[in-house]
Design a protein around this ligand. Structure first.
Ligand SMILES: Cc1cc2nc3c(=O)[nH]c(=O)nc-3n(C[C@H](O)[C@H](O)[C@H](O)COP(=O)(O)OP(=O)(O)OC[C@H]3O[C@@H](n4cnc5c(N)ncnc54)[C@H](O)[C@@H]3O)c2cc1C
Ligand SMILES: *[C@@H]1O[C@H](CO)[C@@H](O)[C@H](O)[C@H]1NC(C)=O
Ligand SMILES: *[C@@H]1O[C@H](CO)[C@@H](O)[C@H](O)[C@H]1NC(C)=O
Ligand SMILES: *[C@@H]1O[C@H](CO)[C@@H](O)[C@H](O)[C@H]1NC(C)=O
Ligand SMILES: *[C@@H]1O[C@H](CO)[C@@H](O)[C@H](O)[C@H]1NC(C)=O
Ligand SMILES: *[C@@H]1O[C@H](CO)[C@@H](O)[C@H](O)[C@H]1NC(C)=O
Ligand SMILES: *[C@@H]1O[C@H](CO)[C@@H](O)[C@H](O)[C@H]1NC(C)=O
Length: 655
């Protein structure tokens, strides 16, 4: 039997094999016993083949690893010594930091880029492996302080809070969705900060492939030759891909081929930070440019512990912690740039004496500039809603699921295509203003000018049947639910696949904050996301869930017996009672990991991104955005980094 299958697989094409395997996973209520046995064996064979091939390909995998240059590829990167002087020091090699440092290096400046983490690993290359990166060594995975109003079903009522810790920062571990938000989001009521001012920086780095798949009218909104590759994700090959679009269309959502062009509204297949089936990060783009590889110094696995600010309030350099007990002082001729992200930058500012006076004094930190650092943090939040689909009471064996996963990985390794080249969610997203949806007519009406300003983004994921019980720890790292909810959800998933809908509140009213937990720079700061403190955010979530209910009620979804999973929650009204959904939203709260605003333009930095009251110190990252864009944040934050490099070059010598 074993041999006959092997010979058969040799003589048939790849497509035939996958087709045959597909039959094994098809929802046949009563599979013939013969097929069942064949499937089992096929899976076994594929599992063995995959492992063998994976080991064999191991040699080639080494080439795949992020590899800047011979000199910079060691654990600590380029050699640095106590007392070194650079033109500029950039702290944090994330979305913005990699862009600033690379542009300065390209302009001939002597730049040191300091990153707390190391190289991104192989898994970061595989788009669909993003789910495995949560809580990994590449994730800061900060603890958060509960507010008793959100994330109530999560373990300890603490909301998950991930941030990338490696070259590329969060762009090495995120979901790669490329959206710019709305033009109006960039009106910061500050000289030089309107869409018109920032648009050139979005275009400067964009390297869009397949412009021909967008309407002609889109051309003016894109660049095809920038350094950061943008492309469509390949087929996520889930049976609901087209249905998700059709379901929204039947609620009168227009199909919008390009949410980054004139209008954001409607359902779309979005673009991603991807190229040739692999992840694109700011590390494998900016930091891999030939000139950058030669000129930019990078210190990896090196954590900045503070900015050296002299008695005249001029930034002179930074202190870093590297290896077991090593502390170095590094200096700048021109300026220090903090790009350590909304959490890292705010913490470093406070440690260096820039922050709320009373708070710094509590920790005995001499105050250099009394500013509201850490305040007014905002983040995109959502209630996770599972739609049960593809029910099939035939239990699917772990081996079967493992077999299909192995096959997908094998396909990716060989061809860089297939499900592993999709971002592990789906590429379908929709933007709408919930005030422009008529709940009586069950239609998006879009009958007022303000309807062009979305209040909500729907993001969809497809979760195969049985995957939660197969990899509970992966699920838990992403969605750290306490036992009661976890058990119910896992049980349902053993019977049905899920469409997981995130109805993201795009302009949350609640604000969180960040404070030091200790004056020790190696102790993470105290983060209070404070989601859903403002009741209006819950109301918006419930408006979103009502639309999901309408969607599941359309003939298309009905045809497939789709239904929303109503998890029983001890502290909530019954699943069919009033108030269930708002209570549900407070329990099933999750963040999109977009927090911004902790060193906002206007409050902490001026319109040239200079820290108020300190000379030669600037901030360029998510912390400067006074509020969230109506979309995913990476695109905007890279643009901030691009712009800061211009500021630095233009202002050099003026300081
Ligand atoms: C799980 C997840 C999914 C996401 N999905 C998407 C998505 O699909 N689309 C999208 O557009 N956005 C997404 N985002 C958000 C987006 O990636 C971030 O908003 C963006 O990367 C933030 O950029 P940044 O430059 O501010 O910080 P980061 O990119 O986080 O970079 C900060 C860097 O500074 C380093 N650092 C911090 N402290 C120090 C220190 N003391 N010394 C030295 N280095 C330090 C960090 O290690 C990190 O490398 C996601 C984020 C996460 C976490
Ligand atoms: C939340 O509840 C816990 C336990 O009841 C309490 O100790 C804590 O102070 C509360 N937190 C807030 C922000 O109200
Ligand atoms: C814009 O800024 C000006 C000057 O700082 C201020 O007076 C005004 O209230 C601001 N407008 C808005 C809408 O915030
Ligand atoms: C597009 O990218 C190229 C290459 O980086 C750049 O030279 C050009 O200025 C960009 N175009 C626009 C409109 O920004
Ligand atoms: C670091 O310092 C600690 C305490 O001072 C000491 O126990 C440890 O051995 C040192 N480690 C190294 C590698 O020097
Ligand atoms: C929804 O449509 C109905 C029928 O046209 C109309 O009577 C009602 O006012 C609309 N509701 C809203 C909130 O626009
Ligand atoms: C949906 O449920 C009905 C009744 O339980 C059943 O007859 C039908 O086959 C199901 N359809 C699908 C697509 O699962």
């Amino acid at each position: 039997m074993f041999r006959s299958i092997l010979t058969r697989t040799k003589s048939v094409s790849w497509r035939d094999v996958t087709k045959h395997l597909d039959r094994c996973y098809a929802d046949t209520p009563e599979p013939e016993p013969d097929l069942k046995r064949k499937c089992f064996l096929l899976n076994l064979v594929f599992f063995v083949v995959t492992v063998t091939v994976a080991l064999f390909v191991g040699g080639q995998l080494r080439d795949l690893r992020f590899d800047r240059s011979r000199s910079g590829s060691s654990y600590f990167g380029d050699k640095i010594s106590d007392g070194d002087v650079y033109d500029y020091i950039v702290v944090g090699a994330g979305a913005a930091g990699s862009a600033v440092a690379a542009r300065l290096a390209l302009a001939g400046r002597r730049v040191l880029l300091i990153e707390a983490g190391g190289d991104p690993n192989l898994l970061t290359k595989i788009p669909a492996a993003a789910v495995t990166l949560a809580a990994s060594s590449l994730d800061w995975y900060y603890d958060t302080i509960p507010n008793n109003k959100s994330c109530l079903s999560s373990q300890g009522k603490r909301c998950r809070f991930s941030r990338g810790r490696c070259l590329g920062g969060s762009t090495s571990i995120n979901y790669m969705m490329y959206t710019r938000g709305n033009r109006q989001d960039y009106d910061f009521n500050l000289t030089g900060w309107t869409w018109k001012d920032i648009e050139p920086y979005f275009l400067r780095y964009e390297g869009l492939s397949n412009l021909n798949r967008l309407p002609k009218s889109s051309a003016a909104y894109h660049n095809t030759s920038g350094v950061v590759s943008i492309d469509f994700f390949q087929d996520s090959s889930n049976p609901w891909h087209e249905r998700l679009i059709d379901g929204l269309k039947s609620l009168n959502f227009p199909y919008n081929p390009d949410v980054n062009a004139k209008s954001q509204i409607g359902v779309s297949r979005i673009l991603g930070f991807t190229r040739g089936g692999e992840r694109v990060s700011t590390a494998n783009t900016y930091l891999e440019m030939e000139i950058v590889k030669r000129k930019l110094r990078i210190a990896k696995n090196t954590q900045c512990t503070g900015v050296i600010i002299d008695e005249n309030n001029i930034a002179r350099g930074v202190t870093v912690h590297r290896g077991a007990n090593k502390t170095l002082r590094l200096y700048v001729k021109h300026e220090v740039v903090l790009s350590a992200g909304s959490i890292g930058t705010a913490q470093l500012l406070m440690l260096s004496g820039v922050g709320p006076k009373d708070h710094l004094e509590e920790f005995g930190i001499p105050v250099k500039s009394d500013l509201s650092v850490g305040d007014d943090m905002s983040d995109h939040v959502l209630p996770l809603v599972n739609i049960k689909v593809d029910h099939d009471h035939r239990p699917m064996s772990d081996l079967t699921i493992l077999g299909s996963k192995s096959l997908e990985i094998l396909q990716w390794l060989i061809t860089r295509s297939g499900p592993m080249s999709s971002n592990s969610l789906t590429d379908i997203t929709a933007f709408l203003n919930t005030k422009c949806y008529n709940y009586t007519l069950r239609r998006l009406v879009n009958n007022k000018p303000e309807c062009e300003l979305p209040t909500m983004q729907f993001i969809y994921a497809y979760m195969k049947k049985g995957v939660i019980s197969l990899a509970p720890s992966v699920y838990y790292s992403n969605i750290p639910h306490a036992k009661e909810s976890f058990q119910q959800i896992s049980d349902e998933n053993s019977k049905s696949a899920f469409i997981v809908v995130s109805s993201v509140v795009l302009q949350p009213k609640s604000r969180g904050w960040l404070r030091l937990a200790s004056s020790d720079p190696l102790t993470p700061p105290a983060i209070t996301p404070n989601y859903l403190a403002d009741e209006r955010d819950v109301e918006e979530m419930v408006r979103g869930i009502k639309i999901i209910e309408n969607m599941v009620d359309t003939p298309l979804y009905k045809k497939y017996n789709a239904s929303i999973q109503r998890t029983k929650i001890a502290d909530c009204p019954g699943v069919d009672e009033d108030g269930y959904w708002s209570c549900y939203a407070r329990h099933m709260t999750h963040s999109v990991q977009h927090a911004v605003g902790t060193a906002a333009l206007g409050r902490v930095v001026d319109e040239r991104l200079r820290v108020k009251g300190i000379k030669n110190l600037r901030v360029g990252d998510g912390s400067v955005l006074p509020h969230l864009p109506r979309g995913n944040t990476a695109a905007a934050i890279i643009a901030i980094g691009e712009r800061l490099s211009d500021f630095l070059i233009q202002d050099q010598g003026l300081e």
